[in-house]
Design a protein. Structure first.
Length: 121
């Protein structure tokens, strides 16, 4: 008896390694777009972006500071993670990001580490 099992569908996405908001003054805001490319839309896929700096409501406290917050639209967050499902937008999805800097923010350079996890069907 011969049995042939097809391998599971594969999917992959490209997520940029850096998001730079540039120089911003205290009390200011800036916008940026996180573009996620999906080269196998027919395969589907689900991308979760997590960080220890992401708190409830999809708010990222940049560098862990509550004086610098990054948010996205409600279609792209759930609890404490940012999400992307490839079935909704086939080849590219743009997560709009807005950085708000409080008037009390201290000068300096701030970083947050984001982790991207891709699940394929």
């Amino acid at each position: 008896m011969d049995i042939h099992l097809d391998s599971a569908k594969k999917c992959w996405m490209n997520v940029p390694s850096n998001i730079d908001f540039g120089k911003i003054s205290p009390g200011g805001t800036a916008t940026q777009t996180l573009s996620i490319l999906n080269n196998t839309p027919s395969a589907g896929g689900y991308l979760q972006i997590t960080s220890r700096d992401l708190i409830s409501g999809g708010v990222l406290q940049l560098g862990g500071s509550d004086q610098l917050t990054v948010t996205t639209d409600s279609a792209h967050f759930s609890a404490n993670q940012w999400n992307y499902t490839s079935a909704s937008i086939p080849y590219q999805d743009d997560l709009p990001l807005t950085l708000k800097v409080s008037k009390n923010a201290k000068p300096g350079t701030y970083h947050s580490l984001l982790n991207a996890t891709l699940s394929c069907p």
